[in-house]
Design a protein around this ligand. Structure first.
Ligand code: SF4
Length: 93
């Protein structure tokens, strides 16, 4: 297995744990979920941190802290829209 795929697996394990703990569920669309996990793994490879794959990394450390997954926005987004911006975490059905 490539290093990238190993990272993706780690991201999957981590997101599943977090979703369980927080009372969310992961995107039931496996392809969409895979896309976000792929993005998270790529962010780690590029920046060394779990930055949100669908937000812009500015280079300003204080700003970028806000978008380390799970970002500061996800709870409100899930409450309001039913899922976070990246469609990783969903409200339980
Ligand atoms: S929008 Fe979703 S995937 Fe992106 S950082 Fe927030 S919680 Fe993580």
């Amino acid at each position: 297995m490539s290093e990238h795929d190993e990272l993706k697996n780690k991201m999957y394990e981590w997101t599943e744990k977090y979703a369980n703990k927080a009372g969310y569920r992961l995107n039931p669309d496996k392809e969409a979920l895979d896309y976000v996990l792929d993005g998270l793994a790529s962010r780690i490879e590029k920046f060394g941190r779990r930055y949100c794959p669908c937000r812009i990394v500015t280079g300003d450390e204080d700003e970028d802290k806000k978008i380390v997954c799970p970002c500061i926005y996800h709870k409100d987004e899930i409450e309001k829209d039913g899922n976070c911006h990246c469609e990783l975490f969903f409200k339980p059905s």
